[in-house]
Design a protein around this ligand. Structure first.
Ligand code: ZN
Length: 227
C-alpha cells in the first residue's frame, strides 16, 4: 500500500462533474450564486419527474395533472473535504426557497441553505443570506441549461416558467384577556351552557366522543374545542 497522496499547494484539485445538487436533508449547504435562476414546470412521472415542454407540446392528460415548479441556478458550493474549495454546480431550487432568495441580483450572494419542518410537517428548503462577495471575481463558465436538459432527456423543458407559489403570511396569535362583554355574560349566565353547546354535542357524537369534556378548576364543564 502506497502512502496517501497529498495535493501540493500549487496544484489545482481535480475537476468535478458539473451536476445538479439539491439542498441536503441533514446538513447545511453553503453556496455562492453565480447568476440568476431560471425555472421549468415538471409533472409526476412513474419513476422520476418529467419536464414540461410547454402546454402545446405536452401530453394533454399529463399537463392537466399537478405540476411542480423547479428552479435552477448556477452556484459554487463550499467543500471542507477533501480540500477547502468551492465546487461549481447547478442548484435545484424550490418555490419556497425562491421566496427566501428575493428579487435582488443573486450573483455574488453567499447563502446558507438547509431544510426545516414547514407548515405542513414536510421538510422545506430555507436559506439565509450570509454575505456578499465581489461578483467580478467569480467564474462565468457555469451554464445551467445543458446540465438540466441532460437530466430530463429526451423531453426538452420549456424555460422561463415563473413559480406560481401563493405567498401566505402566518402570524402568531396575541395572548390576552377575553373582552369584558364575554366575561360579564359568563358571570350573568353562571354555569349555564354556552351558546353553541348543542352544536358541540352533535359534533362530539358524530366524532364518536373524540372531543370529550373535562371539568375545569371552577367545577364548570368545559369543552375541549373551539368555542
Ligand atoms: Zn406539461
Amino acid at each position: 500500500m502506497g502512502k496517501p497522496r497529498r495535493r501540493s499547494a500549487d496544484r489545482p484539485s481535480s475537476h468535478v462533474p458539473l451536476d445538479v445538487i439539491t439542498v441536503p436533508d441533514d446538513t447545511v449547504l453553503y453556496v455562492r450564486f453565480l447568476g440568476p435562476w431560471d425555472g421549468i414546470l415538471t409533472h409526476y412521472g412513474k419513476r422520476r419527474p418529467i419536464a414540461c415542454p410547454g402546454p402545446d407540446e405536452c401530453d394533454k392528460p399529463t399537463h392537466r395533472g399537478k405540476g411542480i415548479w423547479r428552479g435552477y441556478a448556477p452556484v459554487e458550493y463550499y467543500r471542507d473535504r477533501p480540500y477547502e474549495d468551492w465546487c461549481a454546480a447547478v442548484l435545484q431550487i424550490s418555490e419556497r426557497l425562491v421566496e427566501c432568495l428575493g428579487t435582488d441580483e443573486l450573483r455574488g450572494q453567499v447563502w446558507e441553505l438547509s431544510r426545516v419542518i414547514g407548515r405542513y410537517g414536510k421538510k422545506e428548503c430555507t436559506g439565509t443570506r450570509m454575505e456578499d462577495v465581489d461578483p467580478e471575481g467569480l467564474r462565468l463558465d457555469v451554464s445551467i441549461y445543458e446540465v438540466v436538459e441532460r437530466m430530463y432527456r429526451p423531453v426538452e423543458p420549456l424555460w422561463g416558467v415563473k413559480p406560481y407559489f401563493k405567498p401566505v403570511s402566518t402570524l402568531a396569535p396575541t395572548k390576552g384577556a377575553p373582552p369584558r362583554a364575554l366575561v360579564e355574560r359568563k358571570e350573568r349566565e353562571g354555569t349555564a351552557r354556552p351558546a353553541g353547546a348543542a352544536d358541540m354535542d352533535r359534533l362530539r357524537a358524530a366524532r364518536g366522543g373524540m372531543l370529550g369534556t373535562k371539568t375545569g378548576e371552577n367545577g364548570k364543564q368545559e369543552t375541549n374545542g373551539v368555542h
